[in-house]
Design a protein around this ligand. Structure first.
Ligand code: NG6
Ligand code: CA
Length: 511
């Protein structure tokens, strides 16, 4: 096993000089340049290029869907997608919180490599450099029309604080999207307004928006629509969203995007607000689950997925569309604290296991932080069934390149692996990735089914403590990470610590 680790290590990280030499040869042969790799004209795109719909839920956990074991929450649409497609049991969000997950999803680079990619306020500037190769930019080059509908949380504008009163850019349209309908940050952060392309929708110029992030949630001035938010919103009254209509508005925009672009290949990144706090389901869903308001908004999310599946069926697009449904980080209950966030608690959860058998929640380096549901369907291509392949949303860039027959430039997507064989269920293929850095409040490393979590930085003046070697789990036999095997396997700990260090210092992890 250790020999295998070392072999993987060297295969994954060839010296950069040899990588450059290989690239130079490929370029000389005319097979690796960006321009040549991109498809040539409209007709060559054909309909063999599938539409791609990537549905990213917010804060949904590994145990929240029926097809992942939930019994108190009903998710018939997602269960149908899983029955017709492939259900992954070891899929991960690139981070255990939102902004870094979305950064990695768009760029193919682990967010922990780049400072400033933590959870952003609604005043933050765009954190992805315009001109950089992103998933939408890559697909646009292949002739796709690209749209984002939903939660953005990657910052807007060139400098902070974002000015929401004029043309708001750069934003999604400057990094590859043709169309954007956005919830700018989070449902519990200001501004509580919709943005379409470059402008706040319905803004009255006589009532301009300004934000004051020195006001904390729970302060009397933090309330918008009767719900406390992080940061005060001044102005923009006519433009405020209605919290119980967020799912309806976003789903409507997602469906409209598909209808409008049905005749050409399209990429839709549909990033729902469900099931982030504040959890305010529409009256149609209130009280419908057996797991309190949190269960109700999971069912609302399932309805959104169902509406997307319905429009694909109605337009005859289902067979030529790759649909993926997943979450931006692991599940979390939240609490109804002094700030009155409508959330869901242990009591109302009614015994429902939001992260199934996993340890930890959103934010954690344990599996509950990043192991998320992931279902993919592309009839006739994705083999129906269940897969235990290790995959991650950071892989979307390289996978979208493979689907559209493009070659990633050397510097693009440094952590993105092509997981198309895993999606298709190709039995001849080796694992698409045998390792993954899990990004919770500490970095952890997966190597096959082994999981290594380095010790937390020792607190000043504390002596040597138990657990200083970090933690090692064998997920093949201990999915719940209950038994730390670090003391029994010092060599494995050493090897995995070295590999993690190498992935950090190399600045890339894909071959
Ligand atoms: C935290 C918020 C939480 C949520 C999270 C971001 C508190 C106590 N918690 O700071 O409510 O907004 O940020 O969630 O304020 S995420 O899914 O966008 O990463
Ligand atoms: Ca989230």
């Amino acid at each position: 096993m250790f020999a295998r680790i070392v072999r993987h290590g060297s295969a994954l990280f060839p010296p950069s000089s040899s990588r450059r030499a290989v690239l130079a040869i490929l370029v000389a042969c005319g097979v690796a340049t960006w321009a040549l790799a991109a498809p040539q004209d409209e007709t060559s795109r054909g309909r063999s290029r599938p539409n791609i719909v990537f549905i990213l839920a917010d804060d949904i956990g590994y145990g929240d869907f029926g097809c992942y074991g939930a019994t108190k929450i009903k998710t018939p649409n997602i269960d149908r997608l899983a029955a017709e497609g492939r259900r992954f049991t070891d899929a991960h969000s690139p981070s255990a919180v939102c902004t870094p997950t979305r950064y990695a999803l768009m760029t193919g680079e682990y967010a922990w490599r780049k400072p400033g990619t933590g959870i952003l306020p609604g005043t933050a500037a765009l954190i992805i450099e315009p001109g950089r190769l992103t998933v939408p930019a890559l697909l646009k080059r292949a002739g796709y029309t690209t749209g984002v509908v939903g939660k953005w949380h990657l910052g807007l504008g060139a400098t902070a604080p974002t000015d929401y009163n004029g043309v708001i850019k750069p934003g999604p349209l400057e990094i590859g999207f043709d169309y954007a309908w956005l919830l700018p940050a989070t449902g519990d952060r200001t501004p509580c307004v919709w943005i379409e392309n470059h402008r706040v929708v319905g803004l009255d110029p006589a009532d301009p928006i300004s934000l004051d992030y020195s006001i904390e949630r729970g302060h009397p001035l933090s309330y918008v629509n009767g719900i406390p938010r992080i940061g005060r919103q001044i102005g923009g009254k006519a433009a405020l969203w209605k919290d119980d209509e967020i799912a309806d508005v976003l789903t409507g925009k997602a469906v409209a995007f598909i209808e409008k672009h049905k005749d050409r290949p399209f990429f839709l990144y549909f990033a729902t607000h469900d099931i982030h706090v504040p959890r305010v389901p529409h009256a149609r869903f209130r009280g419908t689950s057996q797991a309190g308001v949190r269960g109700d908004v999971v069912q609302e999310f399932d309805w959104s997925v169902g509406e997307v599946l319905k429009v694909l069926d109605r337009l005859g697009l289902a067979d030529n569309t790759l649909v993926m449904v997943t979450s931006d980080n692991g599940g979390v209950l939240d609490t109804n604290g002094p700030d009155h966030v409508n959330s869901g608690t242990v009591e109302t959860n009614n015994g429902h296991m939001h992260n199934g058998p996993l340890r930890g929640n959103k934010g954690s380096p344990y599996e509950g932080g990043t192991r998320v549901p992931f279902v993919a369907r592309w009839p006739g291509h994705v083999k129906p069934g269940t897969s235990d392949a290790l995959i991650c949303h950071v892989d979307l860039l390289a996978t979208a390149a493979a689907i559209t027959g493009q070659t990633l430039p050397e510097e693009a997507g440094p952590d993105s692996f092509n997981i198309l064989p895993a999606l298709l269920g190709d039995p001849r293929d080796r694992p698409c990735r045998d390792h993954l850095v899990e990004h919770g409040n500490r970095l952890a490393l997966r190597l096959g089914t082994w999981k290594y979590i380095p010790a937390a930085a020792p607190k000043a003046k504390r002596g040597k403590r138990a657990g200083e070697d970090g933690e090692l789990y064998d997920l093949a036999t201990d999915l719940g990470e209950t038994t730390n095997l670090a003391a029994q396997h010092p060599e494995r700990v050493k090897q995995m610590a070295a590999l993690l260090q190498r992935i950090r210092s190399e600045g890339r992890s894909r071959p």
